[in-house]
Design a protein around this ligand. Structure first.
Ligand code: DON
Length: 308
């Protein structure tokens, strides 16, 4: 097996050369302006930080943020969250509305847009939207041990200006009584956490607790219980790539969460937290080269949650 440094460098070199990079998301106009890049970072449980390519360039983490908002909301309301959001893969695109009618406004899982909007609504309890947004940002900064992480307000505004589907999802759930706040307010929180900008290094740092049974491996401090870390990992594996989740599990074999900004957070339990970024997307709205890179890296390093 190669050294991790060598494996990362090899994967990054190969991805940087490739011309079939997928298509950048343009439905949020601000995301369409990003240059084709590739970055990858691994932070191991024994404290090594290994970077390759554009690993220090911030990008819009978009739906990857849903891992952090779910973690925060579970900390607030515990398992009561599951009365309002399911835990099943949707088998549908991330912004689909079709299941909501049959399932009485209860989204399939916390990682599709509808589920994450309910999670935002939970985080709003007792807060003004700006306080809830601040709490989410501070939590992510705390996880990554990096106060320089910011929210890109232009991306949030761009998404709000074109967020007709998300408004439809939120209004529809409100009609079923599954939002406590006005749709406008829950969406304000949602658009802003999706607009958090992070580099691969920062994202991999923020994911450390999930690779280490709920504890920050650097400080030994518990972020969530071991059971909760396992469960968040299970949801990432089954629902983290929308209707591409089965394929990602099949090809890569570790829990992952993607975003339309082209980022993916990958977790190798007991070993490392990984982040990869390449803005071109595949047909399911997941980073095309990011998925290929994680598949190659996992194979090179013999990483899989199914490995003996
Ligand atoms: O709501 C949206 O459309 C975006 N803020 C997030 C979507 C996303 O990242 C889906 N990921 N693949």
């Amino acid at each position: 097996m190669p050294e991790l440094e060598q494996a990362l460098a090899e994967v990054a070199a190969e991805m940087t050369e490739r011309s079939d990079r997928g298509d950048v998301a343009t439905y949020i106009p601000q995301l369409g302006k990003v240059d084709p890049k590739f970055g990858i970072a691994a932070v191991t449980n024994d404290g090594r930080i290994i970077l390759a390519g554009d690993a220090d360039q911030p990008f819009s983490i978009q739906s990857v943020s849903k891992v952090f908002t779910l973690t925060l909301a579970l900390g607030k309301v515990g398992d009561a969250l599951w009365q309002r959001v399911g835990r099943e893969p949707s088998g549908n695109p991330f912004n689909s509305i079709v299941q909501l009618e049959h399932e009485s406004g209860i989204p399939r899982n916390p990682f599709i847009n509808a589920g994450a909007i309910v999670v935002s609504d939970i985080l709003l309890a007792g807060h003004q939207p700006r306080e809830a947004i601040g709490e989410i940002l501070r939590f992510v900064q705390f996880l990554a041990d990096d106060d320089t992480i910011i929210i890109d307000r232009e991306v949030a505004a761009s998404e709000r200006a074109t967020g007709y589907r998300n408004f439809a999802l939120a209004n529809y759930m409100k009609s079923f009584g599954n939002l406590d706040h006005e749709p406008e307010l829950a969406l304000g929180v949602y658009f802003h956490h999706c607009a958090i900008a992070m580099s691969c290094r920062q994202l991999a740092m923020a994911g450390r607790f999930l690779a280490n049974g709920g504890r920050n491996p650097a400080t030994g401090l518990s972020v969530v219980s071991t059971e909760r870390a396992r469960r968040i990992g299970a949801l990432m594996l089954t629902c983290g790539h929308y209707d591409g989740s089965g394929d990602f599990a099949f090809r890569v074999g570790i829990p992952g969460k993607s975003g339309v900004g082209g980022g993916i957070l990958g977790i190798v339990p007991g070993v490392a937290s990984l982040a990869v970024w390449s803005p071109g997307l595949n047909e399911n709205g997941n980073s095309k080269l990011g998925s290929i890179a994680l598949e190659k890296l996992a194979r090179m390093m013999n990483w899989s949650i199914f490995a003996p």
